[in-house]
Design a protein around this ligand. Sequence first.
Ligand code: BGC
Length: 402
Amino acid sequence: MSKKTLKFPTGFFWGTATSAHQVEGGNVNEWSEWEKKNAKQWTKKARRHWKKWQQEKFPEMFQPANYISGQACDHYHLFEKDFDLAKYLGHKAYRFSIEWSRIEPKEGKIDQKEIEHYRQVLLALKERGLEPFVSLYHWTVPIWFSQKGGWLNPKAPYYFDRFVKIVSQNLFGQVNFWITLNEAMLCAGASYLRGTFPPQKRNVFKFLKAVNNLAKAHQLAYRSLHLIDLDCQVGIAKHNIYFKNIPLAEYFWNNRFLNKIKKEQDFIGLNYYKHHQFPKKKNLPVSDLDWEIYPKGIYYVLKDLKKYNKPIYITENGLADAQDAKRAKFIKDHLYWIHKAIKEDVDVRGYFHWSLLDNFEWDKGFWPRFGLIEVDYQTLKRIPRPSAYQYAKICRENALKL
Ligand code: BGC
């Protein structure tokens, strides 16, 4: 790489992403109930699952409290302070999710005070000049919905659509960008194929059924959102992996879902974390989760998405790195390849780093640290990591200096 400045397009959205259950605290949903049941047993699983260096570095994985979201980052109460930090760090946009179980804790009963909460969240973003990108499903569902069979229930898309309509009617005019579903394939796969997420099933037919219902849920929500607000932009956040020389996996994992909803998306949200290459690449650096870091993969994935001819936002990209030893380079290297894709006419319009804050990493709990900002879970103190300032410079200059 030569010494130069890579300029990003004017109006590029620089930001970060979070999701309700991972940061808010105090949620009561299918996941919160499941965590409580499993916490103890996961401390035992940790011994088998993680490598020695990870076990030594993160002994909290052996404590049940690690696996219970509890008050998380208390972002539910501290959101204004968190947005002050995001603004101070030069961000221009923020992606977050609205928690269905707060809005509709019992079927058909809408909690107006929670709607008001999210109205305040949106106002706070506006006051700070942060453009909201709002996700409507980021893996957590109300308990009543899961009791009805969750995404396997043929009526599931209609239940979701009913929730979406309520949210969009009530928040009319406050949101320009909606993300209906976050990583539908990944979540359905973990729930119904790998059996690692609730309801922990392993059945390919159930997996396919859930995926079909999720696609239908998106299609209904797409129409409803546009009926309520003609001008809004609607898409999904899709977890695409760079597969080298594995075309079937590429089709099945990366393209199949996008093909299903081809006619119902105004943009594509890309979450990029992983690559699978055959033959395997050797000696790549890894994150605290032992995920290999392969920035060039984002370039290939973006080039593939070009065929859909839609604007693209990188809705997630990040790594678990408690020491913050690799994050700044990780960001710069990925941005280098994103910029190259833009130069080659891929219409990328924003980058959301995962994540603003350390947060609750699902079945792994709190030990993986994804935040630009460190969170002390005892005191709830926020401390920006050095990489947060490096990212801030890029956001403010709308450019990457090599
Ligand atoms: C999810 C996030 C998660 C991140 C890191 C993404 O697949 O959308 O919720 O925290 O990956 O694992």
